[in-house]
Design a protein around this ligand. Sequence first.
Ligand code: UDP
Ligand SMILES: O=C(O)c1ccc(O[C@@H]2O[C@H](CO)[C@@H](O)[C@H](O)[C@H]2O)cc1
Length: 499
Amino acid sequence: MAQAEDKGEENHVLLVAFSAQGHINPMLRLGKRLTAKGVHVALATTEIARHRILKSSSTDAKAAYLVAGIKLLFFSDGLSLDYDRKTNLDLYMDSLGKHGPSNLSALIKEHYTSPKKLLCLVTNPFVPWVSDVAAEYNIPCAMLWIQPCALYAIYYRCFNKLSAFPTLTDPDMVVELPGLPSMEKEDLPSFVLPNNPFGSFPKLFSELFRGMEKFKWVLGNSFYELEKHVIDSMCELYPIRPIGPLVPPTLLGLDQELEDASVDMWKSDETCIEWLTQQPPCSVVYVSFGSIVVLPAKQMEAIATALKNAKRPFLWVVKPPEFPTPDGAGQLPLGFLEETKDQGQVVRWSPQTRVLSHPAVACFITHCGWNSMLETICSGIPLIAYPQWTDQPTNAKLIVDVFKIGVRIKKEVDGNMSSEVIEKCIEEVMVGPMAEQLRKTAMALKAKARIAVQAGGSSDENIRLFVEEITSDSREKDDSPKVGNLSHEGQDKVRDKDV
Ligand SMILES: O=c1ccn([C@@H]2O[C@H](COP(=O)(O)OP(=O)(O)O)[C@@H](O)[C@H]2O)c(=O)[nH]1
Ligand SMILES: O=C(O)c1ccc(O[C@@H]2O[C@H](CO)[C@@H](O)[C@H](O)[C@H]2O)cc1
């Protein structure tokens, strides 16, 4: 019997996630770390996720309801399953915000005899209204921030008007924030720029960051040693406790944990692993733009030309657009597959974490989604950044100027990338004067990530603290936000273990 259904058990936590693979999986991995500390966990998300999980034939029906002991529960976002959510993102977010709260509330009533048995609800940033449902049942609420802590700090300061950000009259201003390098407009998250086309996100984030007192804890999918300056900069405002990286245990050297807690929304093509095994060590350029980005035809052509001219083995994930358009967006140039059949492989969806940790892979051309970045950091390889929207421009800035593990493809004046620049970036990270240092820095970060999640590491300690607090004081009605990142002495102890 699944834990959340065993209505007699105490110490339940309900995680609530937006229905994207890169949002659900870090939540599930947090869930697994909580279960390891004796808490019963279930995860609720919207019906579209169940539909996608079941459609991915790599997942059997059972796995759509139970993952590593975590029961999955589903509620409606108010839209039909075949609705094009990606093209109508604002309408989708509005519908979710309108229907989500009552549907989630009904789900809680149905699955928990006494909702007060829930110690805590944990939400993530695209479904911040979960805190209102928690308040309805008088249950404390936590947020798992699933992007870098840097983004948390930027949004907090932006939406609380604590710092100046670009406006229509001053679109090019440089932003200076504590704990972060100076940021130009191409380094900022697209949602804070005056030309951002998705109105629903500034609205959502503005409400979220101006009402942070609804969250008693803010946990971050990052680790202290990766983002210490910006994490420290938030201590006096609204602290974030890093508990990550929430990636598969195999990437963290946690060999005792055999089972990953994750779902697949697309079936991965395993043949690329066999192909990788035939390639020389540290030779392959891996290219992927994640689950949602669809590149215009011109940019697809630029990548194709660069890969051909680089004359290095490549593995390129070209995910067919869910709703194809006649302009060729997201599609390979004609003849490319034939021309490169002896040089590279193209797959529709890869087993990415196995790819990144494969010894044949040398570097990753990425859209800079945070899950992809954490997986790369934990694999110790350098990145080539080509960010598109949301957190990705800032993630690219972090890669180059803070973590120092990669280079960024500079856009041309028309906003596109040229094949020559991509090719130059590939050479830079493979053999250029910076290549060795980039690899060394990447390997050092990988080692730090592993230490953070091991018993007694900074992230493990933060999880321990969180569990201690939700289990001991949820009944004490102490509503103050929990300011303890791991205490500074604690952080120092962990820092002493730095590699
Ligand atoms: O071919 C692929 C491409 C991506 N992913 C996974 O999809 C997630 C993408 O999340 P991310 O935050 O990087 O980007 P998003 O897709 O949300 O933009 C990551 O965990 C990747 O490992 C995968 O398994 N196979
Ligand atoms: O399916 C959607 O509509 C969808 C999927 C993913 C989205 O955001 C991604 O989230 C990652 C974690 O926050 C982030 O790092 C990545 O850059 C985003 O693409 C949004 C909508």
